[in-house]
Design a binder for this molecule. Structure first.
Ligand SMILES: Cc1cc2nc3c(=O)[nH]c(=O)nc-3n(C[C@H](O)[C@H](O)[C@H](O)COP(=O)(O)OP(=O)(O)OC[C@H]3O[C@@H](n4cnc5c(N)ncnc54)[C@H](O)[C@@H]3O)c2cc1C
Length: 377
């Protein structure tokens, strides 16, 4: 991750860790762009900008006015279907699809609203009309929590957490086995580590990706393992480049149908004061074939497309690959999931993916476990 929104759980963690003076904040009014109809166009976040924007045609803007007359999302509706029904195809393919899908590296046409967008709308305080929320300024970024990184990047955050935990944290110990200490886990759980030692815990919080979690849980609950195995992950490539230019903005997403392989580019240079650094994202659910290519090919695609879009000459410094939960239709497998007593999931496939979501969920689970423990003594 490159930055996090400073929501209340994030702010609290920054305070606990004493990292306030290490924050590098993203300017709240920094422009965000979408590459649409062959050029970069600024995304409107305030009601007045909507009239001026060239991101949508006049017809596309008029279509937005119908939104208050459309109904709420339906149970089986995907984000793509929902946004197209509410705002029209132009707004979906040109703006909303790329922006929302970019958060997940996924395809909104394959993501159910009930698993993803519904919660996002709730976090913006929007329950009925999205346009109504927009006109009330709910999407104005100056009104939402600011985004931040730290002087030496996001790793400072996790390093500080590790330092705070001190000897209570054991790193580098892969968990390879899990079994109940007594019948059904009533007396806690025994975790076996790669080093071969066994540790007894009253409660086990599983924070690892779905695939290794399924392997760990298979001997305990075949049903849970089967469900976790069902979840699809998308493969993403990140290409870090150094540009010989001074672009101002947060970056851009690429509108659907523009003929580029790049999904989006973050301008760390101007967003976070990182000298000349630009990070492109390729692949994801809409272009899985990209990840079949070599690092050199992926880097070259990112560089040439970035130069064509921005006019900024760049060189590739690193190509990384990762996998991210797709939050697509396969998430039906998690509905109604119940873990055996004493086992908990706290992951980016069970609750929201971003760092604010991760910390919010962690805080709530920690509070519930602490309350249960104090009630038990
Ligand atoms: C490219 C990219 C950019 C992102 N950018 C942002 C951003 O700007 N802002 C934001 O808020 N979010 C961002 N996110 C999302 C966010 O970073 C992740 O959702 C979040 O880091 C997930 O944290 P996690 O601890 O739940 O899971 P993970 O980070 O996946 O951690 C799981 C850990 O489990 C370990 N593990 C696996 N198997 C075992 C085992 N058997 N035993 C022990 N350990 C094991 C792994 O090594 C790993 O360290 C981004 C994600 C990606 C991929």
């Amino acid at each position: 991750p490159q930055r996090t929104r400073v929501t209340p759980p994030v702010a609290e963690m920054i305070r606990i860790l004493g990292l306030g003076d290490r924050m590098v904040q993203v300017p709240p009014d920094i422009p965000l762009f979408v590459f649409r109809r062959g050029k970069l166009r600024q995304v409107p976040f305030r009601p007045g900008d909507l009239l001026r924007t060239d991101l949508l045609t006049v017809g596309g803007k008029l279509r937005l006015l119908f939104e208050p007359f459309t109904g709420p999302y339906r149970r089986g509706e995907t984000v793509g279907e929902f946004l197209t029904r509410k705002f029209g195809r132009e707004a979906y393919e040109g703006v909303m699809g790329p922006l929302f899908g970019g958060l997940y590296g996924s395809d909104p046409g394959e993501m159910y609203v009930r698993h993803s967008l519904a919660e996002t709308m709730g976090s913006f305080g929007v329950s009925k009309s999205i346009m109504g929320g927009f006109l009330l300024g709910r999407f104005n970024r100056a009104a939402t929590p600011p985004a931040t990184s730290f002087t030496n990047g996001m790793q400072e955050f996790t390093d500080a957490m590790a330092a705070k935990l001190g000897e209570r944290l054991h790193l580098g110990l892969g968990a390879i086995g899990l079994r109940p200490a007594g019948k059904g886990g009533a007396s806690g759980w025994i975790v076996t580590t790669q080093a071969g030692d066994e540790r007894h815990y009253d409660e086990v919080v599983i924070t690892i990706p779905a695939e290794p979690a399924a392997a760990l849980l298979a001997p305990v609950s075949e049903e849970t393992a089967r469900r976790l195995d069902h979840l699809r992950y998308n493969r993403l490539a990140m290409v870090h480049m150094v540009g010989e230019c001074d672009l101002h903005g947060l970056g851009y997403q690429v509108g659907y149908g523009e003929g580029l392989r790049t999904r989006g580019v973050t301008w760390n240079a101007s967003a976070l004061g990182r000298d000349g650094v630009y990070t492109a994202f390729l692949g994801g659910a809409r272009d899985p074939g990209m990840l079949e290519r070599t690092d050199e090919e992926i880097g070259e695609t990112a560089r040439t497309e970035f130069e064509a879009v921005t006019g900024c000459r760049a060189r590739v410094v690193a190509v990384n690959r990762t996998r991210v939960p797709s939050w697509d239709r396969s998430w039906e497998a998690l509905e109604g999931l119940e873990l055996p007593p004493g086992l908990h999931l706290c992951t980016n496939y069970e609750s929201r993916v971003g760092i604010p979501g991760r910390l919010g969920r962690t805080r709530a689970l920690a509070a519930a476990l602490a309350a249960a423990a104090s009630g038990a003594t």
